[in-house]
Design a protein around this ligand. Structure first.
Ligand code: ZN
Length: 283
C-alpha cells in the first residue's frame, strides 16, 4: 500500500518535471505551441475567426450615414480619425464615442508618399522620425481634447510605414509599437494569423467598393485558417471608389452576428487585447 502511494507520488513528480521541461523547451522555440493542438491559439467561445470593421479619415459620411446603420445593427467598429476632420462633425463624433465605438489615431496631417499628389507638400520622404513622433503624440492629444478618449490603436496613413528617402529611409513602426496596442496597415493581401502576427503591423483588408459576397468570401477564407480580418473602409454610402456600400455593410453585419457562422466581431483594440493575453498565457 505504502509502495503504491510512493509509486503514485513518483509518477506525479516525473510528470511535473516533464511538464516543466516541456514548457521551458516550448518557450525557447517561438510559436512551438502553434503546432501543438492542445495549446493552439483559440478564439473565445469556440469561434472560428475574428473580424473587425474599421473606417479611416473621419469622413463625414461615417457620421451622417454610418452611425445610424451601425446602431441599428448593434455593431461596434473602430474609427481611425484625424482631429481636423473630427471638428467638421464634432457632435456626431461625440455620439460615436457614446455609442461605444472605438476611436483610433490616424495621425494629424495624414502624411503619405509624395507620389500621391495630395501629399506632395506633406510627404513621408521629407519626414524624420522626430517629426513622425510629433504627429503621433499631437494627434493623440487633440483627439483626447476633442472626444475625451485616448486612442490605443493607430492606422498608418495610406498603409505606409517609412520616413525619409533612399539610404536614409527609416521605419516608423517602432514609434507606433511604443505608443499603441495596434498599428494597422491598408491594402494588405492577407488576414492576420493570431499565432505570429506583429500587432504593430497588423494587416488591413479594404472592403470599399465590394459586394457583400466578396466580403463574405474574405471572412470565410479567414475562418478556414482561424485568422483575424480587419476590414478597412472610407466613405459609407453607395458602392464606389473608397466607398463601403451601405447594403453590403448591412448584410455583412448580419452575417457576422449570426452565431451559426462562428465569427467574433469586435473592435480592433478588443481583439488585439485578446491576442496579446492569449500569447502571454500560452506561449
Ligand atoms: Zn487615411
Amino acid at each position: 500500500m505504502r509502495n503504491r502511494v510512493l509509486g503514485t507520488n513518483m509518477l506525479a513528480t516525473v510528470a511535473t518535471v516533464l511538464l516543466i521541461v516541456g514548457t521551458a523547451i516550448g518557450r525557447q522555440v517561438p510559436n512551438a505551441d502553434s503546432t501543438n493542438p492542445a495549446k493552439r491559439f483559440r478564439w473565445p467561445n469556440g469561434r472560428r475567426a475574428a473580424v473587425s470593421l474599421s473606417f479611416d479619415d473621419a469622413r463625414v459620411s461615417q457620421i451622417d450615414t454610418g452611425l445610424a446603420l451601425l446602431k441599428r445593427q448593434l455593431v461596434k467598429v473602430t474609427f481611425f480619425v484625424q482631429a481636423e476632420q473630427v471638428r467638421k462633425r464634432l457632435d456626431g463624433w461625440k455620439k460615436a464615442v457614446a455609442d461605444g465605438h472605438e476611436i483610433g489615431n490616424h495621425s494629424n496631417t495624414h502624411p503619405c508618399t509624395a507620389n500621391y499628389s495630395f501629399s506632395r507638400l506633406n510627404a513621408l520622404e521629407d519626414y524624420t522620425l522626430e517629426m513622425m513622433a510629433t504627429q503621433l503624440d499631437g494627434a493623440n492629444a487633440e483627439i483626447q481634447d476633442l472626444l475625451g478618449v485616448k486612442p490605443r490603436t493607430f492606422a498608418y496613413p495610406c498603409g505606409q510605414k517609412f520616413v525619409g528617402r533612399g539610404l536614409d529611409v527609416r521605419s516608423y513602426v517602432p514609434l507606433v509599437a511604443e505608443r499603441f496596442l495596434v498599428g494597422r496597415g491598408y491594402l494588405d493581401e492577407s488576414a492576420n494569423d493570431p499565432h505570429v502576427c506583429d500587432l504593430a503591423q497588423a494587416m488591413g483588408t479594404s472592403f470599399d467598393d465590394m459586394e457583400f459576397e466578396q466580403m463574405r468570401n474574405q471572412v470565410e477564407q479567414a475562418a478556414n485558417e482561424g485568422r483575424w480580418v480587419i476590414f478597412v473602409g472610407h466613405e459609407i454610402g453607395k458602392r464606389g471608389y473608397q466607398v463601403t456600400d451601405t447594403a453590403a455593410l448591412e448584410a455583412l453585419c448580419e452575417y457576422l452576428k449570426d452565431p451559426a457562422h462562428g465569427i467574433w466581431l469586435g473592435t480592433v483594440a478588443e481583439i488585439a487585447e485578446y491576442i496579446r493575453q492569449q500569447r502571454t498565457s500560452n506561449f
